[in-house]
Write a protein that binds this ligand. Sequence first.
Ligand code: C2E
Ligand code: MG
Ligand code: MG
Ligand code: MG
Length: 290
Amino acid sequence: HAKSRGTGSYAFFDDQLRASAVEQLKVTTDLTESLDDHEFELYYQSIIDVATGETAAFEALIRWHHDGIVHPPEYFIPIAESSDIIIDIGRWALGRACEQLAQWRNAIDGGNQAVSVNLSARQLRDVDFVSTVTDTLAAYGLPASALWLELTETALIDDDDIALTILEQLSSLGVTICIDDFGIGYSALGNLNKYPIDVVKIDKSFIAALGTQDEGDPKHHVLVTSIEAMSTALGLITVAEGVESADQLEQVKAIGCQFAQGWLFGMPLPMMQPWTDHVRPASQLRAQGQ
Ligand code: C2E
Ligand code: MG
Ligand code: MG
Ligand code: MG
């Protein structure tokens, strides 16, 4: 389409492409050093049992403290996923999440919460992944029931037997397997039966579309109701993601979702702040002309 805008557009288009390739390369290089530099951090967000209001699990959401900025996962996870760097980052996240959960379970009387860790497709092709999980749980004295793993539908579309074997092993250990962002991917519904899935996390776009009871489009209500009904019929538990209002909570409760997660209950929050000594404050960056 650049062609129709004349030759000038070509030059502009090329510069954009080159900039993004250079940026990608820089991010990739920087990511390889970031584990050693302790630049990653996990934030945590509660997953609430709607019947009791209690936290059933904490979802671990990664952040990257780099160049004085807290980068969200959308910025660097897709780049990390294009190489084996994601294996190392994923292993770090699993270990850190389990370490933190073990501390909470010790600190909270009768603490039996779980921690929910997001996985990338590549981790499900890593033959060492199951032993990484068992070693990590053992290292922090956690039962397998303390760990939920979240994967998106796209992690399963390769129809890969390795992923199936890994998930079956994890499932028989007692780890809870969640499908994340359900409903926006391209996977066949049959995957809910093919893979040992326990929990369906209904994508936040469906919850956002619920709007208010009066103004909400009833068609969106039908979608959430249908996902919930199908999940229940298959023996799966549902989490409504992205619950931002009391009204949305009432609706997902009425629909029958067992769990809910979202800003209504709290933003994802850091639990400790170990980065302050190695990320330079913005004022210092400006002084250096960066
Ligand atoms: P996700 O697993 O679906 O996580 C939920 C996202 O929704 C989080 O974004 C969270 O901050 C956001 N969120 C929570 N409540 C609300 C709400 O009420 N409204 C809205 N609009 N958003 C809400 P975040 O933290 O930016 O993470 C984005 C994605 O990055 C995650 O989506 C997950 O797919 C991926 N991710 C995060 N941590 C990791 C990780 O350690 N490893 C891998 N492979 N992916 C990760
Ligand atoms: Mg650097
Ligand atoms: Mg998730
Ligand atoms: Mg999600």
